[in-house]
Design a protein around this ligand. Sequence first.
Ligand SMILES: Nc1ncnc2c1ncn2[C@@H]1O[C@H](COP(=O)(O)OP(=O)(O)OP(=O)(O)O)[C@@H](O)[C@H]1O
Ligand SMILES: [Mg+2]
Length: 264
Amino acid sequence: MNNHVNEPLTPRERDVARLVARGYSNRQIADDLVVAPSTAERHVANILSKLHMRSRAEIGVWAVQHESISSRPSIPGRRDTLPPELTSFVGRERALRELAELIPKTRLLTLVGSGGVGKSRLVLRLAGSRIEANGREVWLVELAGLSDPALLPQTVASVLGLRDQRGLSMVETLVAALRARPLLLVLDNCEPVVGACADLVSAMLLRCPDLQVLATSRIPLHLTAEITWPVDPLVTAEAVQLFVERARGDSQFRAHRPEQPRRR
Ligand SMILES: Nc1ncnc2c1ncn2[C@@H]1O[C@H](COP(=O)(O)OP(=O)(O)OP(=O)(O)O)[C@@H](O)[C@H]1O
Ligand SMILES: [Mg+2]
């Protein structure tokens, strides 16, 4: 049931909508606004309810159309929208070395692997290293919550701070904006809209010669220009390190000994 019929967004909710449009998770919104993650989650739920929406992507599109969202970097002075890492990064040194060598040789690199294997963490690290490597702009578009493929061009445009241009489709608006702009576009979690990603990326790569795309997906985009990189699970020692670090950082975590059989 919608409890917010025709209620306008509060100023705080509009702040939250703007951050959603920039691809922030609830945790990152909470950090940015210095509130608890549960508060950020409640704001997002209220926005969805008030605007009669079902996904964060829809909020992003709304925010671009109704709020003045500038295409500003997440950290002042940097030319990227990569969110700060909130937890330590473990291992993957060899993959990062090999991927860094591969990137200059392709315009579309997709990290592929099963759910939870670490594709998104790896791509953020990789993209971060590219900013330092060649100084080009790096934009991250989070697609995990997007269920309607028709919203993909608008979602990408909203992160880039582009508005509808009269007489142009959203794809044409994107192409016009990126045609002469050296940019690395990171499309994270493409799988819910993988077909739409393939269509959009192929249109943009064809007409934007300075554009490079890094993607993560459980399934490849299947484009001729694509190089896929299978992401394997962390090796055992790294997985153990990750487990220990997360357990240390989690005040609720308790290690339990297996129950001992009672002596009679
Ligand atoms: N190298 C790493 N160092 C630290 N944490 C990691 C690493 N790889 C993965 N994780 C953690 O494991 C969890 C899953 O990782 P991630 O979201 O990157 O997986 P994914 O392959 O993108 O999953 P999905 O297909 O569901 O999008 C996250 O909590 C992430 O922070
Ligand atoms: Mg992911």
